[in-house]
Design a protein around this ligand. Sequence first.
Ligand SMILES: [Zn+2]
Length: 211
Amino acid sequence: MRCQRWAPAMLYPSYAERPPKLIAGSLVLDFLNTVEWRGDRTEAGERLLNYGELVLWSLAAGTIDAATAKALSAQARRDAEGAAQALGLALALRAELDAAFGFAAKPSRRLPLLDDLLRDAPAIGHLAHRQGRTIWTTGRSPDLRLPLVPIAISAASLLVAKERAQAKSCGDTRCGWVFLDETPRQTRVWCSMEGCGNRAKARAHYARRRT
Ligand SMILES: [Zn+2]
């Protein structure tokens, strides 16, 4: 299992209190944004601190519904070791995909974890239609890797698509969040105008006033 590049320093609240900002326009890129301030050693903070956070993130992202989230959480309580392994796999997969999309310090083309997940996906879960929505779900004894299946499929789809060239990271290198730039001329600079965009505008305004 691959180690993280650095130990995240900041503690951020649970997704239950502060839901994920799904701004990337792509499930897999939103998954890479489960670290806050990716490019800043002091502010950086892991949001996937336990298996429950992965379930909450998936619920917010809409890949699973409340019933599946409940089943996964119950299974995680029954099988703490399995939950720790699934979380470890999630973090290692995130590092692998970060490198595959070229955002990590060391880009890599190796995708062993993604390959394994895609191979096992049919045994891990299946699609279901509930209350007008299509979601991923699992059988009576839930496979705790289920939240990773839609992420793996999103990753595989984007890696081979021409849109892959539109995957960018935020103009604020401390933020480092990634997104799909779907603007007609590829002019999106910030992960969000409300956050990084506004901060940059305020900085520019302050600099103009000083000169
Ligand atoms: Zn940003």
